[in-house]
Design a protein around this ligand. Structure first.
Ligand code: TXA
Ligand code: MG
Length: 323
């Protein structure tokens, strides 16, 4: 795998690779994406294969402009208003798929809706624009695992199986985008992320209730997700043997833990979000650690998205064959 510094030549090379149906790891402000041409069945099939992702889980199509979004999705007033205010940025809109959209059916998992986002990262925007097509890009990790926030995380996931990683530095936000469903009369947040419900409500009014766990509208809402290999439990009373502590805030009681990492000693939720996936990976690899005990964070602002990821990491693990 080549980790390339993003200069005009390497971005052009990556764009050519995408147009030829190949895959590239693309930096974004949230997490690194495993990028492929969303109009190509072959490229999208490769993404599913490399991630070992269940086919029914549709992908986000990344665009470099609102104009490009309108070639694949029907944008009503709410969608345009939000896109004008939040794009580029960590907000994904689920919208009706245009009847004449040139999109792989696999990318949208056969649904008549499509998830669209314009990432806030110069390298991603250049790459998409030069590829000239919407780019399908799930997080660049094996399905169910921890999302990558650095090029070396991507390398650890796919090694030689992926040719090109564009190095956009550590992901600024560190958590995946907020997914907002705008296909019904009221907006519904399907996945919490960096863009807060209050911000969305200020633009388009009241939001509806999220679908319940039993019948996920967004398959990314499946319970176990974002999971390190080692078992993870939440809000420990005391250390178990071999356990490492993933802490938040001023020095907690750390007696008995094999290791301690603090997401943010100063209780800064943005700092904690940016560190979350990298720290989970570090604890997964630390010698002598057999399990992870994680403190949840205050349930406000970005804390809602951080706790969502932690709860899924702690959820009972499905049969690996299910992805
Ligand atoms: O920040 C992000 O969104 C990252 C970066 C790479 O852009 N991408 C990402 O993609 O997290 P992925 O594939 O890991 O998550 C996509 C989420 C899933 O929860 C999926 O179920 C949902 O979006 N989704 C995609 N298309 C959908 C659709 N048509 N209807 C409902 N949910 C959809
Ligand atoms: Mg993911």
């Amino acid at each position: 795998m080549a980790i390339l510094q993003p200069i005009p030549q390497t971005i052009a090379e990556a764009a050519r690779h995408l147009r030829a149906g190949g895959l590239v790891a693309m930096p974004t402000e949230t997490v690194y994406g495993l990028a492929g041409d969303a109009t190509s069945d072959r490229a999208v099939a490769l993404i599913f294969e490399l991630k070992a992702r269940p086919r029914f889980n549709p992908l986000i199509c990344h665009v470099s402009s609102i104009k490009m979004a309108e070639t694949i999705a029907v944008m009503d007033r709410r969608a345009k208003y939000l896109a004008q205010r939040q794009w580029p940025g960590p907000l994904t809109l689920v919208l009706p798929r245009r009847a004449d959209a040139k999109l792989s059916r696999l990318a949208t998992a056969g649904l008549d809706t499509v998830a669209v986002r314009m990432p806030d990262h110069g390298v991603a925007l250049d790459l998409i624009e030069q590829a000239g097509v919407p780019i399908a890009a799930p997080s660049a990790n094996r399905s169910g695992g921890v999302s990558p926030t650095t090029p070396s995380h991507v390398e650890a996931e796919f090694g030689k199986r992926l040719g090109i990683v564009l190095d956009g530095g550590p992901a600024r936000v560190g958590l995946e985008s907020t997914v907002l469903d705008l296909t019904g009369p009221v907006g519904v947040i399907l996945r919490p992320g960096a863009v807060q419900p209050e911000t969305i409500q200020a633009s388009i009014g009241e939001l509806g209730a999220a679908p319940t766990e039993g019948q996920p509208k967004s398959p990314g809402m499946l319970s176990s997700h974002y999971a390190p290999r080692r078992p993870l439990r939440l809000d420990p009373d005391e250390a178990r043997k071999g356990e490492a502590l993933l802490a938040f805030g001023p020095a907690p009681g750390v007696e008995g833990y094999a290791a301690v990492l603090n997401l943010s000693a100063g209780s800064d939720l943005a700092e904690a979000a940016a560190n979350l996936f990298a720290y989970l990976r570090m604890l997964d690899e630390m010698p002598g650690v057999t399990g992870i005990a994680a403190m949840t964070v205050p349930e406000r602002g970005l804390g809602v998205a951080i706790n969502d990821r932690l709860r899924r990491a702690a959820a009972p693990r499905p049969d690996p064959a299910a992805g």
